[in-house]
Design a protein around this ligand. Structure first.
Ligand code: HEC
Length: 130
Protein backbone atom coordinates (compact mmCIF):
# COMPACT_ATOMS: atom_id res chain seq x y z
CA UNK A 1 0.00 0.00 0.00
CA UNK A 2 2.81 2.36 0.94
CA UNK A 3 4.58 1.53 -2.34
CA UNK A 4 1.41 2.28 -4.27
CA UNK A 5 1.00 5.67 -2.60
CA UNK A 6 4.67 6.48 -3.20
CA UNK A 7 4.30 5.57 -6.87
CA UNK A 8 1.19 7.72 -7.17
CA UNK A 9 2.98 10.69 -5.61
CA UNK A 10 5.88 10.21 -8.01
CA UNK A 11 3.62 9.99 -11.05
CA UNK A 12 1.32 12.91 -10.17
CA UNK A 13 3.44 15.58 -11.93
CA UNK A 14 3.43 13.44 -15.09
CA UNK A 15 -0.36 13.43 -15.14
CA UNK A 16 -0.31 17.23 -14.97
CA UNK A 17 2.20 17.52 -17.80
CA UNK A 18 0.16 15.16 -19.95
CA UNK A 19 -2.78 17.58 -20.02
CA UNK A 20 -0.81 20.60 -21.02
CA UNK A 21 -0.04 21.13 -24.66
CA UNK A 22 3.64 20.32 -25.07
CA UNK A 23 3.91 21.29 -28.71
CA UNK A 24 4.44 24.77 -30.12
CA UNK A 25 2.04 25.59 -32.93
CA UNK A 26 2.71 28.44 -35.40
CA UNK A 27 -0.16 30.46 -33.93
CA UNK A 28 1.43 30.37 -30.45
CA UNK A 29 4.03 32.85 -31.69
CA UNK A 30 1.48 35.57 -32.47
CA UNK A 31 0.30 38.29 -30.03
CA UNK A 32 -1.10 37.05 -26.70
CA UNK A 33 -3.57 39.88 -26.13
CA UNK A 34 -5.94 42.08 -28.10
CA UNK A 35 -7.65 45.43 -27.53
CA UNK A 36 -11.36 44.76 -27.01
CA UNK A 37 -12.29 48.29 -25.89
CA UNK A 38 -14.43 48.78 -29.02
CA UNK A 39 -16.29 45.46 -28.50
CA UNK A 40 -19.77 45.42 -26.88
CA UNK A 41 -19.70 45.17 -23.05
CA UNK A 42 -20.93 41.55 -23.10
CA UNK A 43 -18.08 40.54 -25.43
CA UNK A 44 -15.55 42.38 -23.25
CA UNK A 45 -16.72 40.28 -20.29
CA UNK A 46 -16.60 37.12 -22.43
CA UNK A 47 -13.04 38.02 -23.47
CA UNK A 48 -11.96 38.11 -19.81
CA UNK A 49 -13.48 34.69 -19.21
CA UNK A 50 -11.90 33.32 -22.40
CA UNK A 51 -8.46 34.76 -21.54
CA UNK A 52 -8.59 33.19 -18.06
CA UNK A 53 -9.98 29.78 -19.01
CA UNK A 54 -8.27 29.15 -22.33
CA UNK A 55 -4.74 29.95 -21.15
CA UNK A 56 -4.42 27.05 -18.76
CA UNK A 57 -2.64 24.57 -21.05
CA UNK A 58 -1.30 26.81 -23.86
CA UNK A 59 -1.04 30.58 -24.05
CA UNK A 60 -4.00 32.60 -25.20
CA UNK A 61 -2.00 33.41 -28.34
CA UNK A 62 -3.08 30.02 -29.71
CA UNK A 63 -6.82 30.72 -30.01
CA UNK A 64 -6.26 34.45 -30.64
CA UNK A 65 -4.27 33.72 -33.79
CA UNK A 66 -6.21 30.75 -35.16
CA UNK A 67 -8.73 31.10 -37.98
CA UNK A 68 -11.79 28.84 -37.77
CA UNK A 69 -15.31 28.76 -39.10
CA UNK A 70 -18.21 28.99 -36.66
CA UNK A 71 -18.76 25.21 -36.87
CA UNK A 72 -15.08 24.53 -36.22
CA UNK A 73 -15.09 26.86 -33.17
CA UNK A 74 -18.13 25.07 -31.80
CA UNK A 75 -16.41 21.73 -32.11
CA UNK A 76 -13.14 23.07 -30.73
CA UNK A 77 -14.54 24.84 -27.67
CA UNK A 78 -16.36 21.59 -26.78
CA UNK A 79 -13.18 19.58 -27.33
CA UNK A 80 -11.20 21.93 -25.04
CA UNK A 81 -14.00 21.89 -22.42
CA UNK A 82 -13.91 18.12 -22.31
CA UNK A 83 -10.19 17.85 -21.71
CA UNK A 84 -9.48 16.64 -18.15
CA UNK A 85 -9.50 19.49 -15.59
CA UNK A 86 -10.33 22.17 -18.14
CA UNK A 87 -12.45 23.86 -15.43
CA UNK A 88 -14.92 25.19 -18.04
CA UNK A 89 -18.67 24.79 -17.36
CA UNK A 90 -21.32 24.52 -20.09
CA UNK A 91 -22.40 28.14 -19.53
CA UNK A 92 -18.81 29.38 -19.63
CA UNK A 93 -18.16 27.32 -22.77
CA UNK A 94 -21.13 29.03 -24.42
CA UNK A 95 -19.85 32.51 -23.48
CA UNK A 96 -16.37 31.65 -24.76
CA UNK A 97 -17.87 30.32 -27.98
CA UNK A 98 -19.81 33.59 -28.43
CA UNK A 99 -16.60 35.56 -27.97
CA UNK A 100 -14.44 33.54 -30.38
CA UNK A 101 -17.11 33.70 -33.08
CA UNK A 102 -17.60 37.47 -32.62
CA UNK A 103 -13.83 38.02 -32.68
CA UNK A 104 -13.52 35.80 -35.76
CA UNK A 105 -16.05 37.91 -37.69
CA UNK A 106 -15.02 41.34 -36.37
CA UNK A 107 -11.25 41.02 -36.42
CA UNK A 108 -9.87 37.94 -38.16
CA UNK A 109 -12.18 37.67 -41.16
CA UNK A 110 -11.33 41.29 -42.03
CA UNK A 111 -7.61 40.58 -42.14
CA UNK A 112 -7.21 36.83 -42.76
CA UNK A 113 -3.55 37.04 -43.80
CA UNK A 114 -2.55 38.08 -40.26
CA UNK A 115 -3.70 34.74 -38.77
CA UNK A 116 -3.02 31.03 -38.98
CA UNK A 117 -5.26 28.30 -40.30
CA UNK A 118 -6.16 25.67 -37.72
CA UNK A 119 -4.02 22.56 -37.98
CA UNK A 120 -5.69 19.23 -38.68
CA UNK A 121 -5.64 16.54 -35.99
CA UNK A 122 -3.09 14.65 -38.13
CA UNK A 123 -0.77 17.69 -38.31
CA UNK A 124 -0.96 18.17 -34.53
CA UNK A 125 -0.21 14.47 -33.94
CA UNK A 126 2.83 14.74 -36.21
CA UNK A 127 4.14 17.75 -34.24
CA UNK A 128 3.59 15.90 -30.96
CA UNK A 129 5.71 12.99 -32.16
CA UNK A 130 8.69 15.13 -33.15
C1 HEC B 1 -6.92 21.17 -20.46
C2 HEC B 1 -5.96 21.85 -21.33
C3 HEC B 1 -6.51 22.84 -22.36
C4 HEC B 1 -7.41 23.85 -22.13
C5 HEC B 1 -8.08 24.28 -20.82
C6 HEC B 1 -7.61 24.49 -23.43
N1 HEC B 1 -6.84 23.88 -24.40
FE1 HEC B 1 -6.74 24.40 -26.37
N2 HEC B 1 -5.42 22.89 -26.72
C7 HEC B 1 -4.97 21.97 -25.77
C8 HEC B 1 -4.16 20.96 -26.42
C9 HEC B 1 -3.50 19.78 -25.71
C10 HEC B 1 -4.12 21.30 -27.79
C11 HEC B 1 -3.40 20.53 -28.94
C12 HEC B 1 -4.42 19.73 -29.70
C13 HEC B 1 -5.06 18.65 -28.88
O1 HEC B 1 -4.35 17.83 -28.27
O2 HEC B 1 -6.31 18.62 -28.83
C14 HEC B 1 -4.90 22.52 -27.94
C15 HEC B 1 -5.08 23.20 -29.14
C16 HEC B 1 -5.85 24.33 -29.31
C17 HEC B 1 -6.01 25.06 -30.57
C18 HEC B 1 -5.25 24.77 -31.87
C19 HEC B 1 -6.16 24.28 -32.96
C20 HEC B 1 -5.47 23.96 -34.25
O3 HEC B 1 -5.90 22.98 -34.86
O4 HEC B 1 -4.56 24.66 -34.70
C21 HEC B 1 -6.90 26.06 -30.33
C22 HEC B 1 -7.42 27.10 -31.30
C23 HEC B 1 -7.30 25.96 -28.94
N3 HEC B 1 -6.64 24.92 -28.34
C24 HEC B 1 -8.24 26.78 -28.35
C25 HEC B 1 -8.63 26.69 -27.02
C26 HEC B 1 -9.72 27.47 -26.44
C27 HEC B 1 -10.59 28.47 -27.20
C28 HEC B 1 -9.79 27.11 -25.12
C29 HEC B 1 -10.78 27.59 -24.07
C30 HEC B 1 -12.17 27.21 -24.36
C31 HEC B 1 -8.74 26.12 -24.88
N4 HEC B 1 -8.08 25.88 -26.06
C32 HEC B 1 -8.50 25.54 -23.64
C33 HEC B 1 -5.26 22.01 -24.42
C34 HEC B 1 -6.15 22.86 -23.78
Amino acid sequence: MKRLIQTMILLAPLALVAQTSNVVLPQDKGPDKIDVSAYPAAQQANYKLFAGKCSKCHTIARPLNTMMTKAEWERYVKRMMHKPNSGISDTQGKQIFEFVVYDQTERKDKNPKAFFKALSDEEIDKLKKQ
